[in-house]
Design a protein around this ligand. Structure first.
Ligand code: EPZ
Length: 418
């Protein structure tokens, strides 16, 4: 199991580029299944999850040409296998994103149920119910979703819970359905808009992107096109918080400031000095960290994917704070590891009550999920001495070359093969 050794206690200084968004790249790569041509993507992040999605589509007959410099050409217009097997799906839940496109393009799909993960049960009932409303015949047996449809038909679907990949799956499925689909209470995350714009460039007839109701008039086929993946707002937020917890000063390039409103607002309340130009942010924090209270919410609220990172900021704040996790039922496991590093945090159901301490102590810790791992990295960067983070495969799923980028910012970070 690979580990990360961090010798902490030094501020982060310098400049890095933000990579493409994992949560935009995954559905957009899956959308290539819908195309009758090739899809050329730019700003594709080099991440383990992206490699897994590529591997999954290759098992179905797709081919990929890596043009270098984060550009990828996808030929997925004539697949010969419509199965997403458990051995791949168990390593990446987002594999469920092939279900809608396979059903829409080929009328059949056999996709392993993703199962839960560390942060929660992660059901996919909303994906399945929506596809059934579009005429799919779906049976669940032996841990697989077996789906068939002569041709999906347009439907009006009201989602009782805002679901990001559920919105992505149903929007993709509706692009080739017969007739009009109305999706209500959809996710409006930037990644969904990036996907919708990619589908529009392929010829999909989608209206209402960015609002809670989107209307999709099905077409007979979608053409190939080229599309740029948006910057990863969660990676950007992680480094912004890293500058603050280490009392350093960073310049982040190639990001979308308009995707970070709720994060920037919280950082300013915490005492950060932030300035920005077109797609750059300068951030630093001198003096004491002010405690910040917040709940996680669907976009444009504070993302659940930055909750763990902000907890490190509050753990070192000059005062008490509360963080409430409202999206996932078990996304506070990083608290246990932060407590081992000296954080003063008490949990009551899905709310963390944090009393700021002057410093965190280096310790051996274990990553449990992607964003919890990022929080432990931030904590290790602030703690004098040696922090060893185990199971860092979680990190490589969602952060491109995190050790190279941190080393570029003056951190002492070493990847260990245990
Ligand atoms: C996406 O997961 C992201 N993953 C997650 O990022 C992110 O945390 C999450 O959205 C919330 O923003 C990708 O985009 C690949 P949901 P997703 O469906 O789509 C419930 C990361 O760290 N729900 O929006 O799986 C669900 O249990 C990852 O990058 C149902 O009940 O999340 C949760 O409580 C982690 N039934 C809530 O909705 C369903 O059918 C939101 O989940 C679907 C979801």
């Amino acid at each position: 199991m690979k580990k990360l050794k961090i010798i902490g206690g030094r501020p982060l200084f310098g400049e890095i580029d933000i990579s493409g968004s994992k949560n935009a790249a995954l559905p957009i790569i899956a959308s290539s299944i819908l195309s009758s041509g090739n899809l050329i993507l730019s700003n594709v992040p080099k991440l383990h999850d992206v490699s897994t999605m590529i591997k999954l589509l290759k098992t179905m007959g797709a081919s990929f040409i890596d043009h270098g410099d984060h550009c990828l050409k996808i030929e997925a217009h004539s697949l010969n296998n419509y199965i997403a097997s458990y051995d791949l799906v168990k390593t990446m839940r987002a594999s469920i994103l092939v279900l809608g496109p396979l059903l829409a393009k080929y009328g059949e799909a056999r996709v392993s149920l993703p199962g839960g993960c560390a942060i929660g049960a992660r059901p996919v009932n909303l994906h399945i119910n929506g596809l059934r409303k579009m005429g799919a015949e779906i049976n669940i047996k032996e841990g697989y979703i077996d789906a068939k449809a002569n041709r999906l038909r347009g439907a009006t679907i009201s989602l009782e819970t805002i679901t990001v990949t559920g919105t992505a799956n149903l929007m993709m499925a509706a692009t080739l359905a017969k007739g009009k689909t109305l999706l209500k209470n959809v996710a409006i995350e930037p990644e969904i808009i990036n996907l919708g714009e990619c589908l529009q460039s392929m010829g999909a007839n989608i209206e209402g992107l960015g609002t809670r109701i989107i209307s999709i008039e099905g077409v007979d086929s979608l053409r190939g096109h080229s599309h740029e993946i948006i910057p990863d707002r969660i990676e950007a937020a992680t480094y912004l918080i890293g500058a603050c917890v280490t009392k350093g000063s960073l310049k982040l390039n190639k990001l979308r400031i308009d995707h970070l409103d709720s994060v920037i607002d919280l950082l300013k309340k915490a005492g950060a000095q932030i300035s920005f130009q077109k797609n750059q942010i300068d951030v630093s924090l001198n003096g004491d960290i002010q405690p910040i209270n917040f709940s996680t919410n669907p976009y444009p609220g504070v993302p659940t994917d930055v909750q763990a990172q902000f907890m490190v900021l509050n753990a070192l704040a000059d005062g008490d704070s509360e963080i409430k996790e409202t999206i996932f039922e078990n996304r506070l496991m990083h608290v246990l590891e932060l407590q081992r590093m000296g954080a003063d945090i008490n949990l009551d159901k899905n709310t963390a009550y944090i009393k700021g301490v002057r410093k965190l102590n280096a310790a051996p810790v274990m990553a449990t999920d992607l964003r919890a791992s990022a929080a432990l990295v931030l904590a290790g960067l602030t703690a004098k001495g040696e922090t060893i983070i185990d199971r860092i495969y979680h990190i490589d799923r969602g952060y491109e070359e995190i050790d190279r980028k941190l080393s570029q910012l003056g951190a002492q970070v070493l990847r260990l093969d245990s």
